[in-house]
Write a protein that binds this ligand. Structure first.
Ligand code: AMP
Ligand code: ZN
Ligand code: FE
Ligand code: FE
Length: 313
């Protein structure tokens, strides 16, 4: 179904569709899921703001994995280039032995509960990295904390950095092999990292004044069967979930439809984002995803009804 008809179906108001039409004419786009060098993206927060302006994006949320470190730079750069910057974060939560991602949008990044949670996640990551390095050492591969920090260059240290080091040292031919032989979930050197429960993640996002949105619901490792996704969403709604990322680079048109239907069924906010990472995820463009992504910009006003510029960092 063309996306304008989707809008018509979901908003049911002709004037809103009319607004959307005007906005399309002005080529206004939004993107509420973007990563910077503060996590695993390749553009700095400031460069991202400029890239958003150049791409014709009117509103953008920086949603780095488990960190809000890029937000001050992003928001001030957004203000300079005339993009409405939304402070966000993408938090990993545990889910029956696996994980899922929850976006916190329009958060107050100075919230104590949020800072405490992020601190706890980082602290546990540090312990886990040390544990994985010890296991690699037992297997005859030395990876020091300093090497990891250097490799990460300010990013949150994780398995991707271990992988780069293993490749550079010639232990593996490529990153895929690094994950297959050493770092993957079933490998002897892998240690599961601490993940908070979704209930806590959602509560913390609420304490920070933000909206909790289930990220890429059809892109999760739990599987993409509609009944499975519905079950996850239903359970999360019971824990306070506010919204669903219906528009996403890797959602098929059918999956977008199914996500929109879930939003309607459970009375959820609808959001959308590209999950832009720069060079680490080639083929994904800001706002446009793999070329087909169109995120209606009226969704932003439902998410952040207040006038732009009011949001604290
Ligand atoms: P961590 O959060 O430290 O457990 O690392 C997770 C990251 O490692 C993911 O976001 C991916 O970028 C990367 N990753 C995990 N599994 C694989 C895999 N099998 N192949 C390549 N990259 C992977
Ligand atoms: Zn990422
Ligand atoms: Fe994610
Ligand atoms: Fe992401």
């Amino acid at each position: 179904m063309p996306w304008l008809m989707q809008l018509q179906r979901h908003h049911g108001a002709t004037e809103q569709v009319a607004t959307a039409v005007t906005t399309i004419t002005l080529a206004s786009m939004i993107d509420l899921h973007i990563h910077s060098t503060a996590s695993d993206g390749t553009l700095s927060p400031g460069q991202l703001a400029v890239a958003c302006a150049e791409a014709g994006i009117s509103g953008a949320a920086l949603t780095d994995h488990d960190t809000v470190a890029g937000l001050p730079e992003f928001l001030s750069a957004c203000a300079e280039v005339g993009v409405e910057g939304i402070p966000g974060v993408e938090l990993s939560a545990s889910w029956y032995g696996g994980s899922l991602h929850i976006l916190g949008l329009a958060i107050d990044a100075s919230c104590g509960a949020l800072i405490d949670l992020l601190h706890e996640v980082q602290l546990n990551r540090g312990r886990r990295n040390a544990g994985m390095a010890a296991r690699l050492a037992e297997a005859g591969v030395a990876v020091s904390t300093e090497e990891l920090a250097r490799e990460a260059g300010g990013e949150v240290v994780g398995r991707p950095h271990f992988a780069s080091i293993l490749v550079r040292k010639g232990v593996c031919r490529n990153r895929r092999e690094a994950f297959e032989r050493w770092l993957g979930n079933n490998c002897p050197c892998y240690i599961r990292r601490f993940l908070p429960l979704p209930k806590r993640v959602i509560a913390v996002i609420h304490e920070a004044g933000g909206k909790a949105i289930v990220a890429h619901p059809f892109g999760s490792p739990q599987g993409t069967a509609p009944s499975r996704v519905r079950k996850i969403v239903r359970q999360l709604v019971g824990q306070g979930l506010d919204g669903i990322e219906a528009y996403y680079s890797d959602h098929s048109p059918l999956e977008t439809q199914q996500a929109l239907a879930l939003a309607e069924e459970f009375g959820l906010l609808i959001t959308g984002g590209s999950d832009f990472h720069g060079a680490t995820m080639p083929g994904i463009e800001l706002g446009r995803g793999r070329g087909e992504l169109k995120i209606p910009d009226c969704l932003l006003r439902r998410l952040v009804p207040q006038t732009p510029g009011r949001v604290k960092v």
